[in-house]
Structures are given as C-alpha cells and as structure tokens.
Design a protein around this ligand. Structure first.
Ligand code: SAM
Length: 193
C-alpha cells in the first residue's frame, strides 16, 4: 500500500548514508503523491524515521508540490511552485524558526524530450534547493536532491562542496537503469561563513 514506488529510492539512499532519524525536521520538495513523506511501515516516517506528530510540535515534515497530495499525519503540505520566492517565504514562515535537519528533493521538471535542456532544468531545481538549504538547513544537516546526469553536475558538485562536508552522487537500484536520474547526497552542512 505504498503511495509510490519512489519511496524505495529514499529508503535505499538512507540505507547507504544513514541520515534519517527520529524527531528530525524535514522539508520534502516535489513530494506528491507522498512516498517520501509516508513510510510503508510507519505513516509519515519515510523521511524522519519515526511516526510524525503526536507531540507538541504538530508538524515535522513540510512538503511542497505543484500537484495536490492527500493529507499525511504530521506533514504540512503546500500546493505551490517551489521555484517561486513566495513559496519559499511560505515554507520559512511555517517552520517558525525551527532549524531543519534534512531537505530532500525528488522534483522533476516536465520533460521537453531534449536531454540537454531537461538536464539543465533539473540542475536549476537543485540550485533552488541549495538556496533554501542556505537559509534554513542547520549545521550538520543533510540535503538530497535529484538531477538528470548531463554534463554540468560535476561543476555543481564543486559548488555543493562549499556548503557541505561530503557530497556524493548516488543512483539507487530502484531508479530505472534507462533513466539518467541520479541524486546528490550532501552530508554535513557547513556553518555559513
Ligand atoms: N518523491 C515522491 C514520492 O515518492 O511520492 C515522487 C515525486 S515525483 C517523481 C516529482 C514531483 O515533483 C512531481 O509530483 C512534480 O509535480 C513535482 N515538481 C516538479 N517541479 C516542481 C516545482 N517547481 N515545484 C513543486 N513541485 C514540483
């Protein structure tokens, strides 16, 4: 009864890099239909590794998508375009100053069919996610971000290294072989200079 097979990708990434933990505050970008916000074993736990809600802090996961998403316990969802500054303002407002431990993005743009263009579109989305990380991700925090392999990822990886102690590129087995999608897994957010 998984919302999406995509959940397995996050589970696999975590099995390799071990960044999900209980009680963490997370942002899920491109969250619909909700596989990353909802774990098969424990509702709303794929990201945090624990059941969400249930304590004074109602929300631990803040999720955004262009498409609607059915409600998940402990998840505050915004149907918005992540690339719009107002959407970022909305997210920051919802956090009420809470430091964020993990930002994950499984966002995929609508594909043009021309690979170089689609590659660059995914890199632009990654830049936007990094922009949010620079504003709200706590020191030591993790950022996971999908992109399509296509040429400029090594340059962007260098940029990511300015912000994180370790920057990996990882393609989970659950990701189709024919797909050029892969993930930046950025560990240990550095303190802002
Ligand atoms: N991780 C999800 C899961 O397991 O259920 C699947 C995410 S799906 C592969 C990618 C999502 O990114 C789509 O639902 C799409 O609407 C969303 N998306 C793409 N561009 C976006 C944007 N600019 N703002 C918000 N969401 C976006």
């Amino acid at each position: 009864n998984l919302r999406s097979r995509g959940a397995f990708k996050l589970i696999e990434i975590d099995q390799k890099y071990h960044f999900l933990r209980s009680g963490a505050v997370c942002i899920d970008c491109g969250a619909a239909p909700g596989g990353w916000s909802e774990d098969p074993a424990a509702p709303s736990a794929a990201i945090t590794g624990t059941a969400g809600g249930g304590d004074s802090e109602k929300y631990r996961i803040f999720a955004m998508d262009l498409l609607p998403m059915a409600g998940i316990d402990g998840v505050q969802f915004f149907q918005r375009d992540f690339t719009q500054p107002e959407s970022i303002a909305l997210l920051k407002n919802a956090l009420k100053g809470k430091p964020v431990n993990t930002i994950v993005s499984d966002m995929a743009p609508s594909f043009s069919g021309t690979h170089s263009i689609d590659h660059l579109r995914t890199m632009n989305l990654c830049e936007d996610v990094l922009g949010l990380a620079g504003q709200v991700l706590a020191p030591g925090g993790t950022m996971v971000c999908k992109f399509l392999v296509g040429g400029s990822e090594q340059e962007f990886r260098q940029e990511l290294r300015n912000h994180f102690n370790k920057v990996n590129i990882y393609k989970p087995k659950a990701s189709r072989k024919e797909s050029s999608e892969s993930y930046f897994v950025c560990l240990g957010k550095k303190r802002s200079p």
